[in-house]
Design a protein around this ligand. Structure first.
Ligand code: CO
Length: 626
């Protein structure tokens, strides 16, 4: 008998995959002690997107959540998912911050740390591994599983071996896209058992429905642990249901020994929560099952659909699905997991919507191509680098670990947040999500000392971004219609001024306005009425729906002003869309004659941003790549 061990993902991956990570601690409280009685190997309770959503949408202290879960589950180890050097954020943090974060997570209740890197670049895992081992917690090294010509069985074995050398206590196969098949699983698990020798933990997403079969093959091949969720939070983009796996393993050598009746009691509870909140069940739709053909993870697919809908381009989905494998191959086959799924997905959307591949490239994609996220799994297409204008000198030398560039220490961050932080946990919150943490901590200055309150105030989730843009639009309307010169709104630490300027308006963050002597962009003199514009002026239009920014950063000078001469490929502005900063560049040499929108303005597809007067002839000395 070699019972298969089960990790429960209901309150982390399950709800992240199906409920947009909106489950509150209030939803969990009544059922935690029953979950603790099941006999799971571990409960995945924290990490991934939960930290972010606690602060951003749920007005919940993520550390308090962890402590509360631990208190109710004293008998079951708690597990978390961490993104290596990114921890639970979206960028690299310094070794010092990683150190403090892991120790704090361990102290507050995490026993098992599953660490992955989106690119399987071991350098992004080293800092986490060192502190987890030093703090005597369980280090689970995870392989981001994907399929490509460069992702071979040998490449996975090599990576697992590197994890073992860092002291891994177990190896997880993280099949975030639901791409594993039963026989691939069998081969991989067997090879890992034979060659690496550590306990193997298989994490499958259900997606097209192959995961339960994978688990059976995994058990037969010697896997120790598999991940499941309670039925109402299973299936679809989530894990297989625990009830199904427990029943499947009965009367075999791998019998989990878990009590099905207790599991169904727990499932009844979650089904009530699901119905009360009108959350959908996990389903395997045709588009999700097509992962076997196009390899696009389900979560990424839903993002693409909503990105395209925002851009009024829902009918281009098929084109984008065809574009993704091309982009992925050109940039060295990164696994499509956060953040690479967003970076590759958005680039594909831009390539399709602009009609000119690689004409707009996000800052994140440039950083990736320059090596700042880690080493690309395969070679990057030289033509793409040329087209974007990335020279070898722009790229991080292969012997420099990207995280070594991060030097901000915990103490520096603690100084920055000052008295607002009352604990190390508060400082870490700020280190990872500065804006959200500042808002949260200002609101709950005594968060560390007050016990958890049972009444739920989080039913009105606040999606601040949307509120802000709508508020600004409303202000603009008020200013335009009333003839008032200026309206200032201050809320939750941010302050926005909407100022009438001639026939248009300017919405400028006040901080930026005070820093620059002449805040209102592009004084109107050159803005002649449309009919008077010389015929040779060419419009530069917005290729997408988003927000216009005149400068690369809030405190920086605008990219261009009226009268500036620009060369082809020079950045003119940023249009922020799909949570990424897209630099808009000049198509040709010329002079900026008019800036048509103000900093912070929402823009539509096709909105004219600038008028350029083209230069008469190209300079023979500049060798610009088309
Ligand atoms: Co997962």
């Amino acid at each position: 008998m070699r019972p298969l061990l089960i990790e429960d993902t209901t309150i982390r991956d399950g709800q992240q995959s199906l409920w947009a990570t909106r489950m509150t601690i209030g939803d969990m409280l009544p059922i935690l002690s029953k979950m603790d009685a099941v006999g799971y190997w571990a409960i995945e309770a924290w990490g991934g997107a939960t930290f972010d959503t606690c602060l951003r949408f749920l007005d919940e202290n993520p550390w308090e959540r962890l402590r509360t879960i631990k208190k109710r589950c004293p008998n079951t180890p708690l597990a978390m998912l961490t993104r290596g050097q990114n921890l639970v954020g979206y960028r690299h943090y310094s070794k010092d911050v990683v150190d403090h974060f892991i120790r704090a997570a361990h102290r507050n209740g995490i026993d098992v740390f599953r660490v992955f890197d989106a690119l399987n670049d071991i350098r992004n895992v080293i800092d986490s591994a060192e502190v987890i081992k030093d703090d005597k917690a369980h280090f689970e090294g995870a392989i981001s599983y994907t399929m490509s010509p460069v992702h071979t069985l040998d490449s996975y074995l090599e990576y697992a071996q590197a994890l073992k050398e860092l002291g891994a206590d177990s190896i997880a196969i993280k099949d975030m896209a639901g791409m594993l098949t039963p026989y691939r699983t069998e081969r991989l698990v067997k090879a890992l058992r034979d060659e690496v020798g550590l306990p193997v933990h298989v994490h499958c997403h259900y997606v097209g429905g192959m995961a339960p079969a994978n688990y059976i093959k995994a058990a037969e091949a010697g896997a120790a642990i598999v991940d499941t969720a309670s039925a109402p939070l299973a299936f679809g983009n989530s894990q297989p249901a625990v009830e199904m796996v427990v029943a499947a393993m009965r009367e075999s050598a791998y019998d989990t020994g878990l009590d099905l009746d207790l599991l169904f009691e727990i499932a009844e509870y979650w089904d009530e929560v699901r119905k009360r909140n009108h959350y959908k069940r996990g389903v395997s739709s045709l588009i999700h099952m097509k992962v076997y053909s196009h390899q696009i993870p389900g979560g990424m697919m839903s993002n693409l659909v909503s990105q395209l809908e925002i851009q009024n381009a829902g009918d281009r989905l098929d084109d984008v699905i065809k574009e993704i494998p091309k982009v992925r191959a050109e940039v060295g086959f990164p696994p499509l997991v956060t953040p690479m799924s967003q970076i590759v997905g958005t680039q594909s959307v831009l390539n399709v919507l602009t009609g000119k591949r690689w004409s707009i490239v996000t800052k994140e994609m440039k950083d990736y191509l320059c090596g700042y996220y880690g080493k690309a799994p395969g070679p990057i297409d030289e033509n793409v680098l040329k087209k974007i204008g990335i020279n070898p000198a722009d790229q991080l030398p292969p012997d420099v670990a990207p995280a070594s560039l991060q030097t901000t220490t915990f103490d520096e961050i603690a100084d920055e947040i000052g008295d607002l932080a009352h604990s190390e946990e508060d400082v870490l919150m700020y280190a990872l999500f500065p804006e959200q943490a500042r808002t949260f901590l200002s609101k709950h200055r005594t968060s560390e000392s007050t016990p958890y309150l049972m009444e739920e105030e989080s039913s009105q989730t606040k999606e601040e971004d949307y509120v802000d843009i709508n508020q600004i639009r409303e202000l603009i309307r008020v200013v335009n219609e009333s003839g008032v010169g200026e309206v200032v709104v201050e809320e939750a630490g941010s302050k926005v001024t909407v100022r009438a300027k001639g026939e248009g308006y300017a919405a400028v963050p006040v901080a930026a306005a005070q820093a620059a002597a002449a805040p209102a962009p592009a004084p109107a003199p050159a803005a002649a009425p449309a009919s008077n514009r010389p015929a040779n002026w060419v419009p530069v239009t917005s290729p997408m729906v988003g927000t216009f920014y005149a400068a690369p950063a809030p405190d920086a000078d605008p990219f261009v002003a009226v009268g500036d001469e620009v060369t082809a490929g020079q950045s003119l502005c940023i249009v922020e869309a799909m949570k990424l900063m897209n630099e808009i560049t000049a198509d040709q040499m010329g002079t900026v004659r008019e800036v048509c929108v103000a900093d912070g303005d929402p823009v539509e597809f096709g909105t004219v941003l600038f008028y350029l007067e083209p230069s008469p002839s190209p300079e023979p000395t500049t060798a610009q790549e088309a």
